[in-house]
Design a protein around this ligand. Structure first.
Ligand SMILES: Cc1ncc(COP(=O)(O)O)c(C=O)c1O
Length: 449
């Protein structure tokens, strides 16, 4: 550790007395002496309470699409505040934002708002069950869909060997009832034959197939376009609801999300993050026939749904994303950055590849891009894990775990780009020296298996 974190370290000791792990989300805890506390964010930069400055590529796990404290968004928030908050009654603004979403997303015919991505996915699954009269659902290995017990299951691949059959499906932690396990079928990404075999045998019990086609929680490992088209056909044929979880990809990889990018329409889709530049709001959208079940026996609501600040901000953010070149500029930045990093790594003979979309991509230390979560273990993620803290030390913030991709926002400008490139080179040199002294050269050891 090169930078000074004395204030963060001292604050951790205080915070841990009142907050488990000293934080408000388990994922923000980076060990006792590495957990940082943020003083403020502006544009694409963050400052911690020790005044260390970072160019941020985590962007709060994706929502900051325009930049922190964006003046256009802040003005909208102030206007939303003046409306008064929540009323346990509806406002006109709900309709305005729903209209905008239906204009931008081709499969969105009706919309309901919630507060978090977790709630949007929960409601999508409930609705799929109600509409089909079936209970089970399919999850894709490596996907993440929020904190509800029904989706808090992951596939254990780190200890898994190919000759052992399918990897095990495990709960993310304790307190998640095993009964959900009996409702889930888990499948690897990009294997349509396998999905069809499953549907042939069990579609009469399966309500939904839930997918995040660019896995924003798994290094942006991406569904092939043909696979997604096959999935669409199979879901229609076997009467399974196709839920596309666009909590991370929505209003980021294209105006109409991953559905526009891949030319595939979901039956139901979920949005959050980029739709309000980090303010708490999510949306469930989809086909009218299915969405009309809400109100007709399916319950959806919540005290904080349709908060006037979140709606006003969503309205402004979506207007900007829809009517300006913001997403094109974000993608251009992402491409320039990956090309520059790629050149630096190639010059040193370090095998690597980028996976995903220029607005959110994973960096893998392997020449072949992973096509599903089982492939992820073939990347030298230990190299990434040594590199990430060195990047933090020089002022570039990436997730310590390589399963979280790099996110780009509109506020990443030319200065951020040039600074990141030279800081990346610096952090890479530190990493190579460190590994050399420990005798772990990535040019010899690029495969984990
Ligand atoms: C694809 C996906 N779905 C759902 C969620 C849950 O959203 P939230 O954290 O807002 O509850 C996330 C969060 O990262 C996500 O990436």
């Amino acid at each position: 550790m090169q930078r000074n974190l004395s204030n963060s370290n001292a604050h951790f000791q205080k915070a841990v007395k009142r907050l488990p792990l000293g934080v408000t989300s388990n994922f923000r805890y980076w060990e006792e002496d590495k957990t940082i506390y943020i003083k403020r964010g502006k544009g694409a930069r963050l400052w911690d309470i020790d005044d260390n400055e970072y160019i941020d590529y985590r962007l709060a796990f994706g929502p900051t699409i325009l930049g922190y404290a964006d003046e256009r968004v802040d003005q909208a928030a102030r206007e939303g505040m003046e409306l008064g908050g929540v009323f346990a009654l509806a406002t006109e603004l709900e309709y305005t934002v729903a209209e905008r979403i239906c204009k931008m997303v081709s499969s969105a015919e009706l919309v309901r708002f919630s507060v978090s991505g977790t709630e949007a996915v929960m409601t999508a699954l409930r609705l799929a069950r109600a509409y089909t009269g079936k209970d089970k659902y399919v999850l894709v290995e490596g996907g993440y869909h929020g904190l509800s017990s029904e989706v808090m299951w992951y596939t254990e691949v780190e200890e898994w060997q190919e000759n052992e059959g399918d990897p095990e499906l495990l709960p993310y932690g304790e307190g998640i009832p095993d009964l959900y396990n009996h409702l889930i079928y888990s499948v690897p990404l990009n294997d349509a034959n396998r999905l069809e075999r499953l549907f042939k045998r069990h579609a009469d019990t399966i309500a939904a197939y839930l997918i995040e086609p660019i896995m924003g929680n798994c290094g942006s490992i991406t569904a092939d376009q043909q696979y997604l088209k096959d999935v669409r056909e199979l879901c229609t044929k076997y009467e399974v609801i196709l839920i596309i979880d666009e909590v991370k990809t929505g209003f980021r990889v294209a105006r109409g999300g991953v559905q526009e990018l891949m030319g595939v329409d979901a039956d139901l889709c979920t949005f959050a993050k980029s739709m309000a530049n980090g303010y708490p709001i999510s949306a469930l959208a989809g086909k009218e026939e299915i969405m009309r079940k809400i109100g007709d026996d399916v319950v959806h609501g919540g005290t904080y749904t349709g908060h006037s600040v979140s709606l006003a901000v969503a309205n402004k953010t979506l207007e900007i994303l829809d009517e300006t070149q913001a997403l094109t500029n974000i993608a251009k930045y992402g491409t320039s950055l990956s090309e520059a990093i790629g050149k630096i790594l190639s010059r040193r003979g370090i095998p690597h590849c980028f996976v995903g979309h220029p607005a959110m991509y994973g960096l893998f230390f392997n020449t072949t891009p992973p096509s599903n979560y089982r492939d992820w273990v073939n990347s030298d993620y230990t190299f990434y894990e040594v590199l990430a803290p060195n990047l933090h030390d020089v002022g570039v913030l990436v997730e310590p775990d390589c399963r979280e991709p790099l996110f780009i926002c509109e506020a990443h400008d030319e200065r951020c780009l040039n600074e990141t490139i030279s800081k990346f080179e610096q952090a890479l040199n530190m990493t190579l020296e460190q590994l050399e002294s420990e005798n772990k050269n990535p040019r010899q050891k690029n495969n984990k298996k």
